[in-house]
Design a protein around this ligand. Structure first.
Ligand code: UGA
Length: 450
């Protein structure tokens, strides 16, 4: 008989995972303690923007393969395998991860189990959590209902979450038994048949795989941002430099985009949580390295504020500033730890009159920063502006015609916080262009584009 699956915690990761499991043909029950969220999902409404996900949820709510509940007893009786996908935010009092939701889910599930099952953690957690969770479940599970723990980290990116889940570049499973591995092989059979690498590890390695991967990506971004400081001091060009080093296949071109730095619900908190956990374990090298990655990242935001200040002659007070972008990256409405909003708020605190435009994230931006003014078009943001800050590299901004924009602004001055614009074309259209790591923005090297 086909396995029955539950997904505990239907946030970004959970909804995507549940819908994709239903797409693979399984019966799936998604649980959340947020009744409002469950009601919306039952009506086929996904509470955030993710390409293709609405359709998948609606389809499988209709086929009946995907259902949602707030009732742990229903989940406990239903599933053979429970995926744990609750959030692990940064703790309010420090850098470590807050495991409150992981513990609460385990405590609520354990007493409602009535037969042996597998609990598969997907949430990003500090190494050692799986072992702790196994003991916690064992202490609360009724006799005859053993819950084994496995760890299966998730590497999906916002904006491509559905395809990343259905066609992952690797599947990592941390297991303590052949039975757990067998169950996970059964669930991921289509991806395995398609040749996806299936990497079997112990629990601790699987937990570390996720924070190590995100920290490495963050380190690449902070590396190029730190180097961009040197480019500015030395009169070199960070874009040309990144392109040169990226041609070395060992380095690669991706995640070497210099600018305002990384944000989002994952990279910043994962870097901090990994640093905190490494230090708890007495491993100071990772702690020091990642502490610097975080500092460089925060400095990159401040550097863009400095460029904004410079662009209006040194004092932002009373100046009209257009901010293009609020989302932490293009293709999403997510504004969690968004560098764009941080810069917009900093500029506003210095007394500037800021108008923010984002094609998708205005509603979330307004909720997160009620003090900022959000407008509903690029044209209304830039009209009368004395400087324009490009902070999220949406296609709409990349493709904008600099000559047309120049007619709307009061001063043709732009800070390209993402190094996403064609500086030569913008300069030719009369703009003064400033960008991190490009003190003279010379034309890029000739040769193949990255
Ligand atoms: C990230 C990882 O890429 C996923 O593999 C992981 O599964 C996910 O976190 C997670 O932990 O759930 P995501 O948060 O969607 O995915 O965003 P990324 O595409 O990694 O971008 C992160 C940030 O880095 C964005 O603010 C982006 O603008 C910035 N970035 C990216 C740069 O500043 N420069 C670059 O060259 C690339």
């Amino acid at each position: 008989m086909a396995l029955k699956l539950s997904v505990l915690g239907v946030g970004y990761l959970g909804v995507t995972h549940a819908a994709c499991l239903a797409q693979l043909g399984f019966e799936v029950l998604g649980l959340d303690v947020d009744r409002h969220r469950i009601d919306r999902l039952r009506a086929g409404e996904v509470p955030f923007h993710e390409p293709g996900l609405d359709e998948l949820v609606r389809t499988h709510c209709r086929t009946g393969r995907l259902r949602f509940t707030t009732d742990y007893a229903e989940v406990g009786a239903f599933a053979d395998v429970h995926f744990l996908t609750v959030g692990t935010p940064q703790a309010a009092d420090g850098d470590r991860a807050d495991l409150r939701f992981v513990d609460a889910a385990a405590d609520a599930l354990a007493p409602r189990l009535s037969r042996p099952c597998l609990v598969v953690g997907k949430s990003t957690v500090p190494v050692g959590t799986a072992a702790r969770l196994a003991a916690r479940l064992a202490a609360r599970t009724p006799a005859g209902a053993r819950a084994e723990v496995a760890w299966n980290p998730e590497f999906l990116r916002e904006g491509t979450a559905v395809t990343d889940t259905l066609r992952p570049d690797r599947i990592v499973v941390g297991v303590a038994s052949a039975r757990a591995e067998g169950l996970l092989r059964e669930i991921y059979a289509p991806a395995l048949e398609a040749g996806t690498p299936f990497l079997v590890t112990d629990l601790a390695t699987a937990e570390l795989a996720k924070v190590a991967a995100n920290s490495f990506l963050a380190m690449k971004i902070s590396f190029i941002n730190a180097v961009s400081e040197v480019c500015e001091a030395a009169g070199a060009d960070v874009l040309a430099l990144a392109r040169v080093i990226g041609h070395d296949a060992r380095i690669g071109h991706r995640f070497l985009g210099a600018g305002v730095g990384f944000g989002g619900g994952c990279l910043p908190k994962d870097v901090r949580a990994f640093r905190a956990r490494a230090e708890e374990l007495g491993c100071t090298a990772v702690g020091t390295l990642l502490g610097e990655v975080d500092q460089v990242n925060l400095r990159s935001r401040r550097r863009v504020v400095e460029l904004a200040r410079e662009s209006v002659g040194g004092d932002l007070a009373g100046r009209r500033v257009a901010v293009l972008g609020a989302a932490f990256k293009p293709g999403t409405d997510d504004v969690r730890d968004s560098p764009a909003l941080d810069v917009a708020s900093a500029v506003s605190r210095e007394g500037a009159k800021v108008a923010v435009y984002d094609p998708m994230a205005a509603a979330n931006g307004r909720r997160a920063r009620p003090d900022l003014e959000f407008v509903d078009s690029m044209r209304s943001a830039v009209t009368g502006a004395e400087t324009v800050l490009l902070l999220t590299e949406w296609e709409e901004f990349r493709r904008a015609d600099p000559a047309e924009l120049a007619r709307w602004v009061s001063v043709a001055s732009v800070v390209d916080g993402r190094n996403a614009l064609d500086h030569v074309a913008w300069s030719a259209a009369g703009w003064t262009v400033r960008a991190p790591g490009r003190p003279g923005f010379p034309p890029l090297l000739s040769g193949p584009a990255a």
